[in-house]
Design a protein around this ligand. Sequence first.
Ligand code: HEC
Length: 140
Amino acid sequence: MTPFFYSCSDNEQEEACTDPKVSAINPNGDSELALLMRQMYLDADTIKQHILKNEGNITDEFIAKLEQVHSAIPTDLSVKTPEFEAFNKLLITTAIAAQEDGNDKISGFNALVARCIDCHQSFCPGPIGRIKKLKIVIPI
Ligand code: HEC
């Protein structure tokens, strides 16, 4: 693992989103969901650069990845609750809305990032600081 990424299962208390005892079951392997989330983070960052250069927006491929969240196996199986599914649905709905309304790509993208953070507040607070950096801040 590169220092750029920290996992939810890091032992540092404030970054952890899973009980260290639970993540110890899978000490060095990353879960399917963790790997997918990392890709989503990198893809979102690429989409951000495209929006900033006015060269693109949220893509169908990105939305297809968000749909995989539903079935990807997490480090801690107990996260897969109805609430988790509801957060995932909201994420997908927001991404589709932002894709369809291409007028204000920046607001659409920032709404998407807000949905990432909503779920993370309940299920995985560790990476929130990094996810916040995805937000597009418009220089005044
Ligand atoms: C439905 C809830 C939910 C949503 C929505 C969500 N996440 Fe996650 N995320 C999680 C959970 C749970 C984990 C922990 C995965 C694991 O350890 O198996 C995680 C892990 C991560 C990680 C850490 C991966 C690692 O290295 O271990 C990153 C980064 C991340 N998410 C980014 C994002 C981004 C960016 C979005 C929005 C595009 C997003 N997440 C949306 C629940 C969510």
